[in-house]
Design a protein around this ligand. Structure first.
Ligand code: ZN
Length: 133
């Protein structure tokens, strides 16, 4: 089985606006990937859409995040359970340093549903600061 455990969606400022969870899953399916993780920076708001897209495509989902620690290390955090991952994402975002995102300079941070409808965007810059507990 092909496995890919490090991917960003349009929620990550480094990810392209076109890279919705639906598009990510579609491209993974075309490459024959059987297990796929979504690991956006410091937030998990696109994980529910990712779960639906994986179910539709018959891909085993892994719910994740790329968390920036205080020492600037990027930690890939992976969960088998959607609810736990989403809850973890809210906690990470809440404890992320507040650096306002500027979409023009830093990139978009878009939350979408499984059909690529825009649900909102996150205001703190997700790849800028560190998480402080
Ligand atoms: Zn990454």
């Amino acid at each position: 089985m092909l496995i890919d455990l490090h991917n960003h969606s349009c929620l990550s400022p480094c990810g392209s606006l076109e890279m919705s969870p639906a598009r990510l899953v579609e491209e993974a399916a075309a490459r024959g990937i059987g297990m796929l993780a979504l690991t956006d920076h410091n937030a998990g708001d696109n994980l529910p859409a990712f779960a639906v897209c994986c179910r539709r495509a018959g891909i085993v989902p892994v719910y994740g995040m790329e968390v920036t620690g205080r020492e600037e290390a990027h930690l890939l955090c992976l969960f088998g359970d959607l609810k736990t991952a989403v809850r973890f994402g809210y906690e990470i975002y809440e404890n992320l340093q507040t650096i306002p995102n500027n979409p023009d300079r830093m990139g978009d941070q878009i939350i979408v549903d499984e059909d690529e409808n825009i649900l909102g965007e996150l205001e703190k810059h997700l790849a800028g600061g560190a998480v402080e507990f």
